[in-house]
Every structure is written in structure tokens, then in C-alpha cells.
Design a protein around this ligand. Structure first.
Ligand code: T1G
Length: 690
């Protein structure tokens, strides 16, 4: 056979084993020899049944995503499954690890499925902007019923064996030797002498109430958030009910190819690989030994500290939460209890899980109680003097080798590290609020941060379900530095002639969850006002709103009006008049401002700053910037991140418009980064820089 597929005959049972690390992705290297093995087993009269199993840590985890966008190589996965489905001898898939996408579709081409109890199965193609393209939307509804199949396919979420067996997706669950269990199952089927019915012949579960199905479609797709694939997936499942098998299969393939060739899917596939690439840190060997983290101290029980404590406890880590006084500590612990109670109420965790997580979090006001912790994460007031005091105290009590981390969102980590005798153990862990929810974690690498400390931070991120990006030291690191560039022109746009609702509408049309003015109303205008004052900066309109006590939603008015405690923003005549007055005072002739101008004066400066961040080495690669913005700031997934979007929109066009606004305003934020100019000249993309 080949080194990726072996076939042995064990007393009349052909055992085909796939071995294509790391996840047995069904690339051409696997499909061709598997096709040959199946043909051989089908033709061999000495073979009475077939087991398909995988070596390594998992059954097939899908088609090889890296093959999309390249010329397809025969045999295709549908060809492979069609061959499998033409075999009358009983066939069994022995599933362990995660049988996902094309992996589950391969298993659905078998008569039977036997799975290890810890296995998961799923059709996560929508996460890549795709739909199942090898029969998943036609076979799974026949196996588990259209509504259950719809939930699995449209959500893209895997299911465990308890649910899978209850649905009939697997025929048996093994607790011991999976291979042996699959062989025993198959021999029993051989002894029964059939009939062995392929899923294509089983359509009894398709007789459903179409109104109920459409209600399920509406429910399943309501969270599609501007993404096309979930809607297309629902259409394909509907076809499984309303069309003949082969017609539904053919239509599924057409719909799959449409999705595969879409920019939306290219964006989501880009993010799949970019997220993984971000964990590869230049200069840090992938086998660098991480230090174990089982006990963590969190300094500060405010919103961020409490959120970080929950994020750690949710990952099974024991947390010691330190506050200066008992009253502040109680407030923090109370906030944590309340948040978990909310999760129980929403059904995201049960009461037992809430208790288990709470039991991992204890409070203290004594630094000495932190001495046995493996890491301390500081989340105190964003003031360098306070940071120095906290790190000085930690340096005294933390055991040798403990990691000292700061949650600072923009302060100089090297200056913080200098307040300790162990700068090599200092790292930044910039969580995003709410810290127990937002997935992004900016890991800030100081000048002296040791490789194993970075490796420990990456391992911690993985353990607590965060998406890590290693960033360099600068004001605002990657995300906040680009956010500052994106918001720099907000006031000028208003003074030029735009209204808050116009700007926010342009952002909403682009796919942002919220525009900048609605966002600052939510966060509170006073927060950014204090920050501006600390930097000696002014913003004529926002400052005037703050002086009038219009702090945003919490005050019932900010850039918008929020009547009777509602959170729905309404245009506020007070703001319109204020903008007119301020423009007049500044001698600005207001004019019509179009949507394109709003984009050019907000999104383009942000992309420009991203290019500077890459050329300065603050981010190792442009795709890291995409990972930051999609996971920390709601950049629309369908657009792949600011740098991916810029490439596909046209870097040359962006540079031209930056030049224009630089000429108009003389503002640094518009001065094209040398890297952008270079790419505009060469027509290259950021990936060419790697
Ligand atoms: N294709 C190519 N490479 C893949 C891959 C795949 N399907 N899955 C993982 N990798 C690489 C990944 O890039 C990384 O590489 C390494 O494997 C380890 O991955 C026709 C069209 C299986 C749950 O969407 O969800 O089938 O960085 O770090 O955390 O209908 O990988 O080491 O060089 O994520 O243990 C559908 C995607 C495809 C599953 C394991 N399948 N993979 O997680 O490891 S489309 C998926 C995952 C499809 C059919 C359709 C996870 C995992 P490197 P990892 P992990």
C-alpha cells in the first residue's frame, strides 16, 4: 500500500489503517491509497467485512483545508465515499479523537460506526465559511433526523458520544480497545448476514413536519451574524428532505463549491491557519518546556481581576485573589458568584459546575499567601507607580521560577519588569473585558522575558481557551494601538459634517458589531475623558458632552439619547447643536460626508498602523494582527481581519487615499507606512513578507 494507508486481512476482515499526522486530514496523499485499498477489499472474496481506522491521536479530522484554492486532485472525497457506499460487505468506521467534516462524512459512507467513548464527531465546515461537501448534509439527516442534523451542521459544534449514540449517529461506544471492539462488532454483523443498509437507503427519519423544520432553521440560523455558510448549510439540509438522494447530493456539491470559492470562506480559512500560526513565536522552539501552572494569584478584584480569576478557574486552575482590604475583596468575590449564577440561569453551566469553579477561587489580603503560586497576574489600576509597588511586593514573596504577569493594556512592560529582580520571569497577559468571555489574549514579550515564560503563557492560554497572540512592547501593543488610530478622526468627522449615526451606520454596514459612538456611549465617555486628560489631549465634542454630564448610556445620554432607561440609541438634538457650535467655533465649514470618506478616515489609518506594527516587529506577522482584531475587537470574521481585507480590497487603493488625506490634513495617522508603500508598488501581499 503506502506509508499513509495500510491494509491487513485478519481472519476475513480487512483492516484499513490511515496514518497521516497530525490529524489524518484527507488530503490527496491519503485519498488515493485509501481508494486503492477499498477497491482491493471490495474485490477480494476472502474479505467478508472492512474496518476503517486511524493511527495517531484522532480519526480523520476533515478534508485537508490547505488543499482548497488549489487544483483538485482525483480521487475526490465524494468519489471515495461513493466507492465505499458501493461495497455490499459490512463496513465499520472505528472512531477515536475527533471525526470532523470529511472524516465524519467518510464514516457516514460506512454501514456502521463504532466510537471510543471520549470521541467527538461533528461537521464544523461553517467555521471555514463552507458547508459539508461530501454528503454530510444528505446522509446525516437520514441517520439522526433533519432537525438534529441541522443543529450539528449549522452550529458547526461537535457532539460527544452520549448524544451521538442517543441520536443513532454511532452504533456502539467502546470503553477499552477500540479496534477490538470494532472488529467484534463487525464479526457479529457478518454472522447476522445482513441486510447491511447504507445510510442512503434509510430515509424513514426524513418524514418530518416541514413547518417545525423551518422553525428549527430560523432558530439555528439566527446567530449567523452576516455569515453566508450557515444559511447555505440549512438550504442543503432542507434539500435532503425535499429532493431525491442523488439530486440532493449533486446540489450539495454545487453549494459547497460556491462557498469554497467565496472570499468569505477564504477569509475564514485564513483565520483558521492564522490562529495556529500565531502560536509559533519566532525564536521560541515549539518544544520549549513550559512551567506547570496549577495555582495562580490574581492581584486586584475589580472587573478585570474578577474576570481573570474566573477565566483561570474555568480552566481548572486554583486561584488566590488578592485585594488590599476585606471590603474590596468581598465585592470582587461577590461579583464572581453573581456572574456564575447568571451563567447557571442562562444554562451555560449547571449548579455543580458553578460550585466547582467557585471552590477553586479563594480570597486573601496577605501577599504572603501567594508564595506557593506558580504565577501572579496583576490587574490593578493602570498607573506605573501602582504597578511598581505591586511587582515589588510580588518579587519579595513569589517562589523562584514563578511567573509575574501584568494585565496592563498599554504601559511599558519593561519598566514594570525593572521593578523586580527577575525581569526574565515577567510577561504581559493582556486580557480583554469581560476577561472570562473574550477569547483574545495578547501575550506581551518584554526585552528580558525568558523563552519558557512565553511557552508557559502560550500553554496557559490554550488551557483556559484563549486565542493567544505574542506582541512586542509599545503603547497599546497591537489592538489598542490600532484602535487609537481608528478613532483618531472620529471627532474630525463630526466637525467635518458627519453625524454619529452616519459614522456608526458605516461601521454596521461593514460588519462591525457596533460603531465607535455607540461603543463609547456603552463604555462611558468619562473613561476616555479621564484618559485624554491624563495625556493632556482634548476632543472638543466629547469633552463638552462630559462637561455636561452626558457620559453615555449610564447617564441616559452621550452621543445618543437613551430614553426611559432604554439601551436603544436615538439621535440627540443636543449633540447635533453642540457639533454645529464647536465646528463654528473652530471655523470649520461643515459639508456632506459620504460613507466612503468615513471608511477612508477610520479603517485605513487602522490598517496603516497595523503595517507599522508589522514592520516594527511588534507583531511577528500581518496575520497575527488579523487574529487580534477578529478575536478581541469584533472585526467581521467574513472579512478575515484588517490586513487580509486590505490585501483583497487593494493595498494600492488604500495607499492612494491615505496619501490624499495626508495631503489634506498633514496628520501622521494618514502618512502611508513604508511597508504599505512597498506592497502597493510591488503588488505583493503581507504573506510575501514571511
Ligand atoms: N486540514 C489541514 N490541516 C489541519 C486540519 C485540516 N482539516 N486540521 C488541523 N490541521 C493542522 C493544523 O493547522 C495544525 O497544523 C495541526 O493540524 C494541529 O491542529 C469535505 C470540506 C482537529 C480539533 O474544520 O478543528 O472536511 O500548526 O493545532 O488543537 O465536507 O485541528 O501544527 O502546522 O488545531 O489538537 C473540516 C479543523 C475541514 C477541523 C485538533 N474539519 N481542525 O485540534 O490541533 S473541511 C475541520 C480542528 C471538510 C468536507 C469539508 C483541530 C482539531 P500546525 P490544531 P488541536
Amino acid at each position: 500500500m503506502s506509508d499513509t494507508v495500510t491494509i491487513t486481512n485478519e481472519d476475513g476482515v480487512a483492516v484499513i489503517v490511515l496514518d497521516n499526522p497530525p490529524v489524518n486530514a484527507l488530503g490527496h496523499a491519503l485519498r488515493a491509497p485509501l481508494f486503492a485499498a477499498l477497491e482491493a477489499a471490495k474485490a477480494d472474496e476472502a474479505v467478508q467485512g472492512i474496518v476503517i481506522a486511524c493511527a495517531g491521536r484522532t480519526f480523520v479530522a476533515g478534508a485537508d483545508i490547505s488543499e482548497f484554492g488549489k487544483p483538485p486532485l482525483e480521487p475526490s472525497l465524494p468519489d471515495l465515499i461513493a466507492l465505499l457506499e458501493s461495497i455490499e460487505k459490512p463496513t465499520v468506521a472505528a472512531i477515536h479523537g475527533t471525526a470532523l467534516g470529511g472524516g465524519l462524512e467518510l464514516a457516514l459512507g460506512c454501514h456502521y460506526r463504532v466510537a471510543d467513548r471520549a470521541a467527538m464527531i461533528g461537521l464544523p465546515e461553517v467555521n471555514l465559511g463552507l458547508i459539508p461537501g461530501a454528503g454530510g448534509t444528505v446522509r446525516l439527516p437520514r441517520l439522526v433526523g433533519p432537525e438534529a442534523a441541522l443543529g450539528i451542521i449549522v452550529s458547526g459544534k461537535p457532539v460527544g458520544m452520549e448524544k451521538a449514540q442517543a441520536l443513532g449517529a454511532v452504533d456502539a461506544v467502546a470503553d477499552g480497545d477500540l479496534r477490538a471492539a470494532a472488529m467484534a462488532f463487525l464479526r457479529a454483523k457478518i454472522a447476522e448476514d445482513g441486510p447491511h443498509r447504507h445510510i442512503r437507503a434509510r430515509d424513514e427519519k426524513l418524514a418530518v413536519d416541514l413547518d417545525a423544520f423551518e422553525a428549527a432553521v430560523a432558530d439555528a440560523t439566527k446567530k449567523a451574524r452576516g455569515l453566508t455558510a450557515p444559511l447555505t448549510a440549512a438550504e442543503a439540509v432542507r434539500n435532503a428532505i425535499t429532493m431525491a438522494f442523488d439530486d440532493a447530493l449533486a446540489r450539495e456539491r454545487e453549494l459547497f463549491l460556491e462557498r469554497r470559492d467565496s472570499l468569505e470562506s477564504a477569509a475564514q480559512r485564513h483565520l483558521f491557519f492564522a490562529t495556529r500560526e500565531a502560536t509559533k513565536v519566532p525564536g521560541i522552539a515549539r518544544d520549549t518546556q513550559a512551567r506547570p501552572i496549577e495555582k495562580a494569584a490574581v492581584i486586584g478584584a475589580g472587573t478585570m481581576g474578577a474576570g481573570i480569576a474566573m477565566a483561570l478557574a474555568n480552566g481548572g486552575i486554583e486561584v488566590r485573589l488578592l485585594e488590599l482590604n476585606a471590603e474590596a475583596l468581598e465585592r470582587g468575590l461577590g461579583q464572581i458568584d453573581k456572574t456564575y449564577a447568571g451563567s447557571v440561569k442562562r444554562g451555560s453551566i449547571d449548579a455543580a459546575e458553578k460550585e466547582a469553579r467557585l471552590a477553586r477561587i479563594s480570597g486573601t489580603t496577605d501577599y504572603a499567601a501567594l508564595s506557593d503560586c506558580d504565577i501572579a497576574i496583576e490587574a490593578v489600576f493602570e498607573d506605573m507607580g501602582v504597578k511598581h509597588k505591586v511587582f515589588g511586593a510580588l518579587d519579595k514573596v513569589m517562589k523562584p521560577g514563578a511567573i509575574l504577569a501584568s494585565n496592563t493594556s498599554y504601559l511599558d512592560l519593561d519598566e514594570i519588569a525593572a521593578s523586580t529582580g527577575r525581569p526574565q520571569d515577567v510577561v504581559g497577559l493582556h486580557f480583554f473585558s469581560p476577561a472570562h468571555v473574550m477569547r483574545l489574549l495578547e501575550i506581551v514579550r518584554g526585552d528580558h522575558t525568558a523563552p519558557e515564560v512565553l511557552a508557559s503563557a502560550l500553554a496557559l492560554a490554550r488551557r483556559i481557551g484563549k486565542v493567544p497572540v505574542v506582541v512586542g512592547v509599545c503603547n497599546g501593543f497591537v489592538g489598542n494601538r490600532m484602535l487609537a488610530a481608528r478613532r483618531e478622526e472620529n471627532e474630525s468627522l463630526l466637525l467635518s459634517g458627519a453625524t454619529p449615526e452616519q459614522v456608526d451606520r458605516v461601521f454596521a454596514d461593514f460588519g462591525w458589531p457596533m460603531g465607535p459612538f455607540a461603543m463609547v456611549d456603552l463604555a462611558g465617555l468619562d473613561i476616555s475623558w479621564k484618559h485624554r486628560q491624563s495625556l493632556g489631549l482634548t476632543a472638543p465634542v466629547a469633552d463638552a458632552l462630559c462637561e455636561a454630564g452626558h457620559f453615555g448610556q449610564k447617564a441616559g445620554r452621550g452621543f445618543y439619547l437613551y430614553e426611559d432607561g432604554s439601551r436603544t440609541p436615538k439621535p440627540d438634538p443636543f449633540v447635533a447643536e453642540l457639533i454645529e457650535r464647536k465646528a463654528d467655533e473652530l471655523g470649520i465649514e461643515r459639508r456632506t460626508v459620504g460613507a466612503e470618506e468615513i471608511t477612508e478616515r477610520t479603517l485605513y489609518p487602522m490598517i496603516n498602523e497595523g503595517a507599522r506594527i508589522v514592520e516594527e516587529g511588534i507583531a511577528a506577522r500581518a496575520s497575527d494582527v488579523d487574529v487580534v482584531w477578529v478575536n478581541g475587537y469584533g472585526f467581521p470574521v467574513a472579512k478575515g481581519g484588517p490586513m487580509f481585507w486590505a490585501e483583497h480590497f487593494g493595498i494600492g487603493r488604500i495607499v492612494d487615499r491615505l496619501e490624499h488625506w495626508y495631503g489634506e490634513t498633514g496628520k501622521e495617522v494618514f502618512k502611508p507606512a513604508p511597508l504599505l508603500r512597498q506592497l502597493a508598488l510591488t503588488g505583493g501581499g503581507f504573506a510575501d513578507l514571511a
